[in-house]
Ligand binder design. Structure first.
Ligand code: ZN
Length: 286
């Protein structure tokens, strides 16, 4: 169908109170499984690549295949850079064909975060690429790597900051910190819905949740009621893939066939993607 940016899909999701999954891929096998899952249930898709995973997958080599995959998909697909490290990486992603970028500047003081984000928005919007801004700090090990903050305490997004940030930067969507964490949790996190409601009322853009794994259906529902239109999802995909490998090894402990060991990864990832899309209500929404 088409490679698109986030604007139209997220605006509609916010209005109709459903959410689009931003599934992080680590290689083409993941990417193909994610696209297959979303295609089967007819959902728009955000195919997300996290900068922490560039340690073992090269953006410039991977991007042409991702672009082709998105263009050939029967659904609208946005290619998104998740947690880009700086302006240079965002520009590189845009040159590679990404249609949406996030540069992780949330650890900077507000004014600096605004200044850098504004610059990214100016460059990205000139070529029809959308920008996700982030305010506050979502703790936990994003993409299963180490955390950036020493204490790793979450920093909640302040309502007034959110309003000022969106107004001054012109971002297309805003990631907020309201209690979720990156990576899998043992228990259900305590989400500050009051804060979320207030942020949603004070900004005109769709909101984004990082650390979307491990929440109950009821929590997702409440998040979507309050402007959450993009859900970043990786930890449970990773877990499903690892479980499938463990299972295949336990069934064939003497195998030396890598394709046999990995044969369950694709269906496992696809199943999780389809199931989540149904919970988030973006199936048959394009
Ligand atoms: Zn994140």
């Amino acid at each position: 169908m088409a490679l698109v940016n986030l604007d139209e899909m997220l605006q509609r999701a916010r209005q109709e109170k459903y959410a689009i999954g931003a599934f992080d891929l680590i290689n083409m096998e993941f990417a193909e499984a994610i696209v297959a899952g979303a295609s089967r249930v007819g959902s728009p898709l955000i195919l997300s690549t996290a900068a922490v995973h560039f340690d073992y997958v090269d953006m410039e080599s991977l991007a042409p295949s991702l672009v082709k995959l998105a263009e050939n998909a029967p659904i609208p697909v946005a290619l998104h850079l998740d947690h880009g490290t700086d302006l240079e990486m965002a520009v590189q992603a845009i040159r590679c064909g990404f249609t949406s970028v996030q540069v992780d500047t949330a650890h900077l003081p507000l004014e600096e975060n605004i200044a850098v984000t504004k610059e990214i928005v100016k460059i990205a919007h000139a070529v029809n690429v959308s920008v996700e801004g982030e305010l506050g700090y979502v703790s936990g090990h994003e993409g299963d790597h180490g955390s950036r903050m020493e204490s790793d305490e979450p920093i909640y997004t302040e309502v007034e900051d959110a309003q000022k940030f969106v107004e001054e930067t012109g971002v297309d969507c805003l990631a907020v910190s309201v209690g979720t964490v990156h990576c899998l949790l043992k228990g259900e996190p305590r989400i500050d819905f009051e804060r979320l409601r207030a942020i949603n009322k004070s900004v005109p853009v769709p909101l984004v949740i990082h650390g979307g794994s491990g929440l109950t259906e009821d929590t997702y529902q409440q998040l979507m009621e309050n402007g959450m239109a993009k859900i970043n999802y990786y930890a449970d995909l990773s877990k499903a893939a690892v479980e499938s490998i463990k299972q295949s090894l336990s069934q064939n402990p003497n195998t030396t066939s890598i394709t046999e060991v990995l044969s369950g990864v694709r269906p496992a990832v696809q199943d999780v993607v389809e199931a989540k899309i149904k919970v988030w209500g973006s199936d048959f929404k394009y």
